[in-house]
Design a protein around this ligand. Structure first.
Ligand code: F6P
Ligand code: MN
Length: 450
């Protein structure tokens, strides 16, 4: 039997709410119940809609779902043991095995529970339980409880989106005449726009409105000092050295994969960057990876992805709708593809991907570069552990390296590696909430692990 708290040799323990006062603790104590309360409220507010669509069955489903979610909130707030899932979906078994794995790691003295176990695991589990509550109530199973927030965040950032699409049009118009240096400049700008797009997630604000109102291009230089690690040169040189002659006679890298994070403004910044990568010839194909059910409040699902492109096409702003039509064409022609592997909505650290989702690992191996958007992906890349800030990113990845990869992340959880000696301490003294405020960011690269 393993002793409680024992973790893999040489690897620091997982962040956990058992550290009273830690960010994990405050998240589990305050933010997660708030998110659950909002979900319950959203379902209740939509009662009439369910009645119109499904009659009395809709009302019953609304009541049942709310009762399951209230029970979930109570389990969380009273630190009850984490329960096995019962909904019999294709991923149920794997979640239940993961629960056993957590139990083995923790030792059999105490149950896996909200305030005692790994934060990453229990936070992911909460979203899977929301999904279970809906799935057990068939008429409303497909209802996306986070949809309203995601669409609102899209509409609130319209001005910023228009500014970006106008900029993109200017770049694309002359793309063949641009020198390498000019391309590099645009590349850097749009990479940073996609980076800062990650500020706009709705999970950190527990669903409170958090959208981009002004053009992000104007603020890039003032935001530069907040980028704590900037490996953008390595991202660029990875793309340049992957260039091969393509069918069109142009040289391009074959494929860039983008592991998406949030819908709304962030997704638009990712689509704009992806558009630039293709139009500039830096990449021939883009593969997007999204979530297969609503996740961490604002993450992109297949529905959000299609909806966003349709909305972009349908606006009456010339360059915005032109961008939308271009994106639709890329999807039709297979220049862009969207995938949603179930592994992205599981609680695993990414170092487990090769063993636990070998098909996804093999897919990513086909990319010349994989971009991981956002904070949660960073937590999974580093295993959400108590790493020292000076530990190398490569070390924290613990062998995960299907392809050269780069994390584009604003800091919203207290894990950060790859800093200079003393950099973390200095930040803590200047700005104690530097790891969780979303004010700082990293562009952190790792070349392929052999
Ligand atoms: O959308 P992002 O960037 O992954 O941010 C979500 C983050 O918000 C949080 O809920 C904040 O704690 C984290 O759990 C998560 O890492
Ligand atoms: Mn997110």
């Amino acid at each position: 039997m393993m002793a409680a708290d024992q973790t893999v040799a040489g690897v620091p323990p997982s962040l956990s709410a058992k550290v009273v006062g830690s960010f994990a603790y405050l998240t589990v104590r305050d933010r997660l119940p708030t998110i659950l309360t909002k979900v319950i409220d959203t379902i209740h507010r939509n009662k009439n809609k369910f009645f119109e669509e499904y009659g009395e069955d809709g009302i019953q489903a609304e009541k049942q779902t709310i009762s399951l979610l209230s029970k979930l909130r109570n389990e969380l707030q009273t630190d009850k043991p984490v329960l096995a899932l019962t909904d019999g979906l294709p991923d149920t078994e794997s979640w239940n095995q993961y629960l056993n794995r957590q139990q083995r790691l923790q030792g059999d003295q105490e149950s896996v529970s909200w305030f005692k176990s790994a934060w990453l695991y229990v936070e992911c589990y909460m979203y899977r339980r929301i999904q279970e509550a809906l799935l057990l109530n068939p008429p409303i199973s497909d209802y996306d409880v986070f949809n309203e927030g995601k669409t609102q965040s899209f509409f609130e950032s319209q001005q910023a989106v228009m500014a970006l699409c106008t900029y993109l049009e200017g770049v694309n118009k002359n793309i063949d005449e641009l020198s390498k240096n000019q391309l590099f400049e645009h590349f850097n700008k749009l990479l940073q726009v996609s980076l800062w797009g990650n500020k706009c997630d709705l999970s950190i604000s527990a669903g409170q409105e958090n959208s981009q109102k002004t053009s992000p291009l104007d603020s890039l230089s003032s935001l530069q000092p907040f980028i704590l690690v900037d490996d953008s040169n390595m991202v660029w040189s990875t793309l340049i050295s992957a260039q091969k002659p393509g069918e069109s006679g142009k040289t391009t890298a074959d494929r860039v994969d983008i592991v998406l994070d949030n819908a709304g403004f962030e997704l638009i910044t990712d689509l704009i960057f992806a558009d630039f990568l293709v139009s500039s010839g830096l990449a021939r194909q883009i593969h997007f990876h999204g979530k297969s059910f609503p996740w961490f409040v604002s993450d992109v699902t297949a529905n959000d992805f299609q909806w966003t492109i349709r909305q972009t096409m349908a606006t009456n702003h010339k360059w915005m709708s032109k961008s939308g039509f271009q994106w639709q064409t890329y999807l039709k022609e297979g220049v862009w593809c969207y995938h949603d592997h179930p592994f992205w909505t599981q609680p695993h650290e990414f170092c487990d991907m090769a063993a636990d989702a070998p098909d996804l690992y093999a897919t990513l191996q086909g990319a010349d570069l994989v971009l991981f958007k956002g904070d949660l992906n960073y937590r999974k890349l580093t295993g959400d552990r108590e790493w020292d800030h000076t530990v190398a990113f490569h070390t924290a990845l613990r062998g995960f390296g299907p392809a050269p990869l780069c994390s584009l992340r604003t800091l919203k959880a207290n894990v950060q590696v790859g800093l200079q000696l003393g950099q973390g301490e200095k930040l803590t003294s200047q700005d104690p909430s530097w790891m969780t405020s979303g004010k700082y960011a990293v562009i952190q690269f790792n070349s392929k692990s052999e």
